[in-house]
Each structure stands twice: as structure tokens, then as C-alpha cells.
Design a protein. Sequence first.
Length: 119
Amino acid sequence: MHHIGLQSIGLEGNCCRTRLKLTRELVNSRGDIHGGALMSALDFTLSVVARAHDPLNMGAATIDMSTHFYEPAKSNVEIIAACKRRGKSIAFCEGEVRDGHGTVLAVARAVFKLVPRNR
């Protein structure tokens, strides 16, 4: 996530927050943050919260993710993700992309396979 400049804001319980700045490397031909960059930021943020119960010992592999775009991202954005249900090996998560005014620009739902990390 270093490549797109995604910054961690925090992880509290079942909620993770990240920030993505509008940079010229991430914009589309209209000058908005490209949808693929937003999807990458959502996928990462959602995966963090999927394994938040045991982050040092658990990884997360995306099984499925659906994203809906409501409005273009014309400025820096914040990604907020929550784990709605976590089983022994599967986690269901939801997230939003918001601008500085709190307007929801995009939403995503994802399912992750929880994978023990090799130590």
C-alpha cells in the first residue's frame, strides 16, 4: 500500500481507518482518484479489519469484493472499514470511502479467508 500512499489512521476493535491522498499518480483522465486505486485502498483496509482479532498470527485472502461508486473522489479521502461477522476461517466486512465533508463516495463489501501466518 506504500505504492499508492495509503496511510493508517487507526484500528480500534472491529473498525479500521486509512487515508488516501489525491496525487497526480493516482488520478484518472478527469483528475479524480482512479477507481482502481480506491478499490485497492478498500481491499487493504477491509483485510486489516478482517484479521484484527489476531493481526500478528493471521493473514487474509480476498475471496470476493463488490464495490459501488456513488461520486468521484476529487480530494483526499478516508476509508472506514468494519468487520460485520467473523467465523473461524471466514470474515465478512464492509467499508466506505468518504471525502473531507463526510460524503460517502463509494462502498464495498468483501469476504476474506483467514489464513494462519507461517512463523
